[in-house]
Design a protein around this ligand. Sequence first.
Ligand SMILES: [Zn+2]
Length: 317
Amino acid sequence: MAHLTAIQTQNLLPIPNPSLIVPPQDANHFAVYHLQTMGLINLQNSCCLNSLTFFCHRMNLTNLLPTNNEMVQQNSYISLCFSEVFRALPSAAPFGLEIVIRVWNFNKPGQPITPNEDIYGLSDLFFDTLLLPAQPNGDPVITEFLASYHCGGCGYQDQNLTHWIGMSHLKLPGLDVPRRPDPVPVGELLTALITTPFNVQCMMCGNRQAIGSYQVRRGLFTVVRLNRLNVGDWRNQVLTRLDDTRTQGIGDQYLGTLIGVVSHQGNPQGGHYIAYSRVNNQWHLNSDAAHVRQVGYHPFNPTNQNETVGLLVYKNN
Ligand SMILES: [Zn+2]
């Protein structure tokens, strides 16, 4: 890639060639041998980015990215770089994502990937950055949470907004995890998000209290971020476990089959990110460059008491 020669990458380990094991067109046909068996090397605490990469690999995003030419035309060298990484998986040996970080930081100097990223922020930025064009039938790849609002001040109404003033996220709204003794169903959290009005700043009169609500467009996948720091203090991290029981709420309409999870072990000041992939109804754990291994528990019910779920992906068909 000519672009890479402009960035100082000559001393970095390359991204391996495309994998000889080509994952299937459809993520439903993903098999255990498609997993990144050898893992990814941790470089400067990159376990968050590594885990996000395992997560995207399980989603099989390779087939959903635009062509190389389209990515170049849209100046999305970050998408191009991740495309190379996804095509390299599964690789014969573990490798590191140093080039990805270098390309990202060259292209997004205002939003760099730094050591010790948190999955809550990184996943939102990542899915806002990666080019994932809509399917031929118009369905988005990732379920979209668009806004509509009505201004009580001037009467203005607007809808189908991907961005609005006062937006609290880039692409993936966060689900606030409540502090409570019992596990909380993910559907309940998503229903609460969809049915709770929020404030939008009216673009006509500037009123900050226009009443917004979400219009959800179901995609091939629904990616869900869990906010466990909703009081803004890491010592108050919410440890409530998740429950995969179905609810009757509207949120469950957007939650198909859970196929991938990123979890965090430790406390928010320090710890480690890991990724779980569901294949053939069994869960498999990737942790940096450790060999992938099957685990006997559901990631919502880990054996490690200090482990919390931070990011989920559901496949919707
Ligand atoms: Zn107004």
